[in-house]
Ligand binder design. Structure first.
Ligand SMILES: [Zn+2]
Length: 207
């Protein structure tokens, strides 16, 4: 899942003092960690064209970023950090954004998400139904943006941002893939950081 991960970020931004950019990073924290661990060779992925209809990622080994137990531990840790920086409510929202990543991934991944360590892998496999998984992510994102813009000074910039994110997501169907797992991980990391920077800009001006 890509843009659907931002559902809790937009949906919960009004529930606490945490800025949108931090909720963007929290929602993708385990993927940012995954990209780093792939780059340094600790977690493993292969790029297999048409591995699932919507994604080429054969995610062989990712216990530290994407097991349920690790995700819960990261959510607690970052939630604690969030309460120290902002307040308890802010920490709770951060923790939810971090943890929600795993449950949203669960919908689309084929069984490659471990429950504990590298074992007991689960995934409902919506990536084998690209139209359905795209519609689900689009619906979740747009619903959450709808919640967010009710408190915004201007709604249009955020709707435009959401559409640009959906365009980014659909471009993966037509654009050529990065050639290596490291290139893919680097591209993903750049996307996550870039989107958080845009969110910061938009929220400061119109949020
Ligand atoms: Zn993920």
């Amino acid at each position: 899942m890509f843009v659907g991960h931002y559902t809790p970020s937009f949906g919960l931004a009004r529930s606490g003092p945490v800025p949108l950019w931090a909720l963007f990073l929290a929602a993708q924290f385990v993927d940012i960690l995954w990209a780093f661990l792939v780059t340094v060779g600790i977690e493993r992925v292969r790029l297999v064209p048409a591995f699932t209809a919507a994604s080429p990622l054969a995610l062989d080994y990712m216990p530290y970023s994407h097991s349920l137990t690790a995700t819960v531990a990261w959510a607690l840790l970052l939630g604690g950090l969030g309460s120290a920086i902002w307040d308890r409510r802010g920490g709770l929202v951060i923790g939810i954004c971090v943890a929600a990543h795993w449950f949203l991934d669960l919908l689309v991944h084929v069984p490659d998400l471990p429950l504990v360590g590298d074992r007991y892998k689960v995934g409902f496999g919506l990536w084998d139904h690209p139209a359905l998984s795209f519609l689900l992510e689009a619906a979740l994102l747009l619903l959450a943006v709808g919640v967010y813009v009710r408190g915004a000074r201007r709604a249009l910039p955020f709707w435009s941002f959401a559409l640009a994110m959906l365009a980014m997501q659909s471009s993966s169907f037509v654009l050529p893939l990065p050639e290596t797992p490291t290139a893919f991980a680097t591209m993903s990391m750049a996307n996550y950081i870039g989107l958080a920077a845009i969110a910061a800009f938009l929220e400061r001006r119109w949020g």
